[in-house]
Design a protein around this ligand. Structure first.
Ligand code: CUA
Length: 390
């Protein structure tokens, strides 16, 4: 067909089910549209003006027929609704295990940040067969993260984290589009997702691991500029520095005796608010608490925190989120004693410490195993950080 594929590649665990549902919807539409169109034409010809046909006793009502054409479509549409809803929940329920990647959208590029510190522009490297959890946010207007081959499309909003996930099933390079008109260069806000075999991904990580220095520039296709920045610290380490720099540690003491609540072990836990509500300390809660601290006051603490909206970038916010995540409940290290430039971790670190924390860090801990290398050095590092202060 002129070399134009009708469907994009099918390369994620969800794409098969999406395609099946889509196919069934198309077939159902044809099932109804074709007979209706066919009968219109048939009757138009048969009962055309001047045709010699019997026009007497035209039926006015037929109870059985009417019930039939209500009940059958009702069953079909409810079936499609249930099926679609099921699939929707599968797509929007982020799996507990998997690797986290942060996505920043801005006019007009995509930036990907690995908790281990690597940073990429417009190109995302992921391993095959692993759940990848994306936390997305925009620095300006609404963008939309669209990878047709994975059948995922998620709006990327300013001021609020959204999450998406996928598991790639076959290695390759796949298109990434921005699917929300976001300004003059919207159509150029392109990228690609490169799915690598486990060992190739490991090699890629090793090549871009901690302290290899500088920016490794890479041009994959014309018009797509991309670069991988080898990290000098993990996001949590960078977050620890921001935490110090902004003076957060003055009030948020780990023993809870400061002017603000302790942040140790907060992530992923319910928080009792002064207004009797209980909220979950997820990424959006952490972000909102920094930007608009007085919207949700933690019980037993005075509403004295100023907003940091003017002083902090989305980038720093993500680092703080990672840092607070890294303060799993098992780690009692005072934040102000953390060594933010902690260097290379000891093998194994004390990631167990971290892993025993919130659900999420537990999951992170478990991802360590199969990706090893940089991945575990990241977590190991935060583990080391924790024990460093004890
Ligand atoms: Cu970003 Cu369109």
């Amino acid at each position: 067909m002129l070399g134009l594929p009708i469907m994009p590649d099918s390369a994620s665990t969800l794409s098969g089910s999406v395609d099946t549902l889509f196919l069934v919807l198309v077939l159902l539409a044809l099932l109804f549209a074709v007979p209706v169109a066919g009968l219109i034409i048939y009757f138009a010809v048969k009962y055309r003006r001047g045709a010699a046909v019997n026009r007497s006793n035209a039926p006015i009502e037929n109870f059985k027929l009417e019930v039939t054409w209500m009940v059958i479509p009702l069953i079909l549409s409810m079936g499609v609704f249930g099926w679609g809803a099921r699939l929707y929940f599968d797509m929007f329920t982020t799996p507990k295990d998997g690797m986290d990647i942060y996505v920043l959208g801005r006019q007009w590029m995509w930036e990907f940040k690995y908790p281990t510190g690597q940073r990429e522009l417009n190109v995302l490297h992921v391993p095959v067969g692993r759940n990848v959890r994306l936390t997305l946010i925009s620095e300006d207007v609404i963008h939309s993260f669209y990878v047709p081959a994975f059948r995922i499309k998620h709006d990327v909003l300013p001021g609020r984290y959204t999450t998406a996930w996928f598991q790639a099933t076959k290695p390759g390079t796949y298109h990434l589009f921005c699917a929300e008109y976001c300004g003059t260069e919207h159509s150029g806000m392109l990228g690609s997702v490169i799915v690598l075999e486990q060992k190739d991904y490991q090699a890629w990580l090793d090549q871009n691991r901690m302290n290899t220095g500088g920016v490794i520039a890479e041009n994959t296709s014309p018009g797509t500029q991309t670069a991988v920045t080898a990290p000098t610290q993990t996001m949590a380490q960078a977050g620890a520095q921001t935490f110090q720099h902004l003076g957060c540690y003055v009030c948020h003491r780990p023993d809870g005796k400061g002017a603000g609540p302790s942040l140790v072990g907060v992530y992923g836990k319910p928080v009792q608010l002064a207004n009797q509500q209980v909220v979950l300390a997820d990424t959006n809660y952490i972000r909102d608490s920094i930007i608009d601290p007085n919207a949700q006051i933690v019980a037993d603490y005075p509403p004295i925190m100023p907003t940091y909206a003017e002083q902090i970038s989305e980038d720093d916010l993500l680092k703080l989120v990672e840092y607070i995540k890294s303060l799993g409940s098992g780690t009692e290290a005072p934040p102000e004693m953390i060594n933010p430039t902690g260097g290379m971790p000891q093998p194994g670190g004390s990631s167990g410490n971290q892993g025993s924390g919130a659900q999420d860090s537990g999951a992170q801990g478990s991802t360590n195993g199969d990706s090893g290398g940089s991945d575990s050095s990241g977590n190991g590092n935060s583990g080391t950080q924790g024990s460093g202060g004890q």
